[in-house]
Design a protein around this ligand. Sequence first.
Ligand code: ZN
Ligand code: FE
Length: 257
Amino acid sequence: MPLEIVQIPVLNDNYVYLAREPSANAVAVVDPAVHEPVLAELKKRNWTLTHILNTHHHPDHVGGNMALKQATGCRIVGPKADAERIPGIDVALADGEQWTLGDEAAVVFDVPGHTRGHIAYWFQRSAALFCGDTLFALGCGRLFEGTPAQMWHSLGKLLALPDDTRIYCAHEYTESNARFAVTVEPGNETLHLRYQRIRELRSKGLPTVPSTLGEERATNPFLRPMSENLRMTLGLLNADDVSVFAETRRRKDTFRG
Ligand code: ZN
Ligand code: FE
């Protein structure tokens, strides 16, 4: 049976996720920015928290760690490369390792770039990817502790996953990402259609997350440095992919739209 996944919107634009593996009744929370809404959701569903899965050390991803551990006795799982910055960590994971929730395995990817030690969890059987602040719907994380080459390499690992993989990212940034995306790849008709759907959803206060990797592959400019239209807009027709990615990221950093 696939994971049951519950999306909990917290703070301004963060998404915290509960993932329950039904056969073992194991329940993980991914990137708990805060603890109260998580405890409330667990109580409402009569679920018992067994694990916290952290993708990286930022406060809006680990802020609820200690209070949740204290309240539930759960175990905390996070990136080995940044173990000293993950409050309460019990299990430290690195690239290619497997970790199981109940009877469902997740493959862990090291995806540095946004931070030095950032990991993503891929639950293959459920076609679910928890990627924190690495890949967003129509966007990618800012490069606080990494280089464009590192981030492009990290995104390459995610690009190798199947198109039907659902992308459970940690923020609802999609509409402003879309506003930027249409300026750098104006010739992408699929992107324009997606932008329309995103505006409709957001005008009703509905989430645009999760998307699928297939949609991102077709429309997310940060995954499309090979696009001729994008390259033309950036004036980088003959540059390598890393340079095109780097310029896209640089323009987004200063985009006001
Ligand atoms: Zn972050
Ligand atoms: Fe974040």
